[in-house]
Design a protein around this ligand. Sequence first.
Ligand code: IMP
Ligand code: MG
Length: 180
Amino acid sequence: MENNIQKVLISQEQIRAKVQEMAAQISAEYADKDPVFVGVLKGVVIFFADMVREISIPCEIDFMCLSSYGGTNSSGNVVVKKDLSVDIKGRHVVILEDIYDTGRSLDFTRKYLLSKEPASLKICTLLDKPERRVDGITLVPDYVGFTIPNEFVVGYGLDFNEHYRNLPYVGVLKPEAYEK
Ligand code: IMP
Ligand code: MG
């Protein structure tokens, strides 16, 4: 195991089983709908790649990139750094997300995509940290992989200072790793 990891919260095997289960459910629900899967970079890339390879129906994929600005603490202001390339008007869209934390980025993404008038919009998140939600965000994801406690996690796409995204599991960092 990587040296700076205190514990594995969700193993590679657990993730694989959950991805297969969610992808099978989505494939059944979206058969004949030719959905567009939208990923918000970069944290979602690993989950996204694993999910779409388990999707057994025709579909398209696309990506967006957001960035936060304004102020020292995360003020919740979000801008679109890279927009979609697919026109989603009238399409069935499923947002794939790595983690639903405070909910600011998902809330923004959802409203932004709704403004493009898709036929439908659902949200699939690998991880959900319900204790972290900020006021006013009431969005309920349609598909949730794992509900996790209020701990900062890395791996399987999730980073700390852009590191650890390549770990094949979701883990918790040792406290010393934050000081490096
Ligand atoms: P939000 O707070 O729900 O808007 O989440 C914004 C982004 O913060 C997520 O897409 C992740 O990239 C990142 N994030 C939130 N919680 C964690 C965590 O525990 N580990 C790593 N990244 C996180
Ligand atoms: Mg991140």
